[in-house]
Design a binder for this molecule. Structure first.
Ligand code: EPU
Length: 399
């Protein structure tokens, strides 16, 4: 028997157990209108972790109302912080003494909980963090997190399912990452702000969430240079971060108008097929790859999609095929011949972004598509149903 984790059994085969709560998506309606873009999951969770670096109160506003925020709040509470969530504001009060044991249930349920490693090493010079959970999108080792902290003088090991760090002191170091890992950059950055001397991170990630994090750290008194440029102002989502996705949409035939804090996208006819290659920022983001696949499934022509970041992120292609997509995968590549229309089918979300991609496919399909395991989508997108409804999408939450 398969287990009910993300709709998959141990062998990686989907488990088709209908879930009580699911989305019913009716294809065919034209989407037009305006929705507000919420704060980003992968930013707020790191900002929450950064609050551990200083005694006192940190207030984070414009937080998305997603399931991962209260989960992260539980992680911080387990370490001794007080966390109050009111609407889109999270207020974190960090005590003088923190626990360095992050091995309670909330930690295992949230990938971003690994971001407390850097702050705990910085503050306590000790950390025991249970290896985090997260989406089934590929292996997510912590070797770069550990080697960065080792270069700063810490002993780092994986022991009994936990990443365990100890340091008598932390010193600055010159650290070159093999790959611009977002998580490793964040952990090293957060430990380095409380280390003695200068730390240089080479090949650091440049994702927008790193810039958000550096800005908060700077407000907390850290001195950080070289993250983004001096002329970038960060307030919510700035369309400048969306260059690669918007460029692809434009090649697919969309008309794009960007303003300081808004972007208008109009697709007058069937999209043209375009190729997508996921890369670290400023490349096309892996987190938009499922949406790119949904677009390719209905585009006019043949698209080749290459995933370079997470090896198992094509798992959900089987769900698109159940909706009639003409798709096949081979290792890092997915090849799709677009169909004029997909057909509705019961489908299962396997992770946050795959779930969102399936909903988009459902909006372009004939009939009512039932999207199951919607808690994945709720983990990452606030008012997802309501926003699509505002655009004229026919989607309702049932169950
Ligand atoms: N990697 C290593 N060793 C390490 C760290 C990473 O080999 O020590 C590899 C990973 O296995 C992966 C690649 O490097 O193949 C990229 O991993 P990275 O560390 O950049 O990603 P992450 O920090 O684990 C965050 C987001 C992901 C997002 C990626 C890329 C969070 C909590 N998660 O993951 O978000 O896809 O960066 O932008 O911030 C999502 O939101 O759906 C999601 C999965």
């Amino acid at each position: 028997m398969g287990r009910r984790d993300g709709g998959r059994c141990r062998a990686g085969e989907p488990v088709r157990v209908p879930t009580v709560e699911r989305f019913l998506v009716t294809g065919g309606a034209r989407l037009a209108g305006t929705v507000e873009v919420a704060g980003a999951k992968n930013s707020v969770l790191k900002l929450m972790a950064a609050a551990l670096l200083a005694e006192g109160t940190t207030t984070i506003s414009n937080c998305p109302e997603i399931l991962d925020v209260p989960l992260m709040a539980d992680v911080l509470r387990g370490l001794g912080a007080e966390v109050v969530i009111e609407g889109d504001t999270v207020v974190i009060t960090t005590p003088a003494e923190l626990s360095h044991h992050a091995d309670f249930p909330a930690v295992g349920r949230l990938r971003a909980s690994v971001c407390v490693l850097g702050p705990l090493m910085g503050r306590c010079r000790r950390a025991e963090v249970a290896l985090p959970g997260g989406d089934a999108i590929g292996s997510r080792p912590l070797d770069m997190h550990q080697s960065g902290l080792r270069a700063m003088g810490a002993t780092m090991n994986i022991e009994h399912g936990k990443v365990v760090g100890r340091a008598s002191s932390l010193h600055g170091a010159s650290i070159g990452l093999d790959f611009p890992s977002v998580g490793a950059t964040e952990n090293i950055l957060m430990a380095a702000v409380l280390a003695d001397g200068t730390t240089i991170i080479d090949n650091a990630a440049r994702e927008p969430e790193i810039i958000d994090l550096a800005q908060l750290l700077a407000q907390m008194g850290a001195r950080i240079d070289g993250v983004g440029t001096a002329t970038i102002t960060i307030e919510g989502v700035d369309p400048v971060f969306m260059t690669a996705p918007l460029e692809r949409l434009s090649r697919a035939g969309a008309q794009i108008d960007t303003e300081q804090d808004a972007v208008t996208v109009t697709m007058a006819e069937r999209p043209r097929a375009v190729d997508f290659i996921t890369m670290p920022y400023p490349g096309f983001p892996t987190d938009l790859q499922p949406m790119a696949l949904a677009l390719a499934a209905v585009a006019d022509g043949h698209s080749l999609i290459t995933e370079n970041v997470f090896e198992a992120r094509f798992r959900f292609v089987d769900e698109l095929i159940r909706m009639g997509a003409d798709a096949r995968t081979d290792g890092h590549h997915a090849s799709l011949r677009g169909r004029e229309q997909l057909s509705s089918a019961p489908v299962w979300s396997t992770d946050i972004r795959a779930g969102a991609g399936l909903v988009l496919a459902g909006l372009a399909a004939e009939g009512v598509t039932e999207v199951h395991e919607v808690m994945h989508i709720d983990r990452g997108y606030p008012h997802f149903v309501e926003d699509l409804q505002k655009l004229g999408g026919q989607i309702e939450r049932v169950g």
